[in-house]
Design a protein around this ligand. Structure first.
Ligand code: HEC
Length: 158
């Protein structure tokens, strides 16, 4: 019984990773609706700091590089949370809050140095429901599946 539960859990993890492996679809240069929406939102909200086509500016990093290393879950946490504190579930649940304090302190120091901080988007209704659409667009860019500029939509070719 317990074993069955454990196996079912791992099956879910595996399928989540498979989904993560390809959250977008690109056919003949044309993308699915989710990826297209991600492109649109990125270029209304994020490009000011991260640059057109997500390739970075002097104030914020190139996301086509960074997103290669982020799962959809880690991406969502970083984009939505106020202090971008990312840590393992064990560390977050544990009694030792050292990691949390260190991340918080770094934020304070950055602010005092006048550096641009990544905003938290959890209150932004343009972003919050579409964080995985933005991830799909950025993963397609990071994987080299999608080039620069406005993508074609698959539905336009129907
Ligand atoms: C006001 C400028 C600004 C805007 C607007 C902005 N960002 Fe950022 N973002 C930053 C900065 C600065 C960093 C680097 C923070 C750091 O490394 O500590 C960052 C970091 C990130 C990271 C983390 C990269 C990593 O490897 O840790 C992601 C993901 C990200 N931004 C996504 C987005 C998305 C998606 C949007 C639009 C919804 C957005 N950003 C809008 C400034 C901005």
């Amino acid at each position: 019984m317990l074993l069955g539960f454990v196996l079912a859990f791992f099956a879910c993890v595996v399928s989540a990773q498979e989904y993560d492996a390809l959250p977008y679809s690109v056919e003949n240069g044309a993308v699915d609706e989710s990826t297209y929406l991600g492109w649109r939102i990125f270029h209304s909200t994020c490009h000011g700091c991260h640059g057109v086509d997500a390739t970075g500016t002097s104030v914020a990093p190139d996301l086509t590089e960074r997103v290669k290393k982020l799962s959809s879950r880690d991406f969502s946490i970083k984009v939505l949370s106020r202090y971008r504190i990312t840590m393992s579930a064990e560390a977050a649940a544990g009694d030792d809050q050292t990691e949390m304090r260190a991340a918080f302190l770094e934020q304070v120091l950055r602010r005092e140095r006048g550096e641009v901080l990544m905003p938290a988007w959890d209150q932004d209704l343009n972003v919050r429901p579409h964080v995985l659409d933005i991830y799909a667009y950025l993963r397609a860019r990071a994987d080299g599946a999608l080039g620069q500029g406005r993508p074609q939509r698959q539905s336009d070719n129907d």
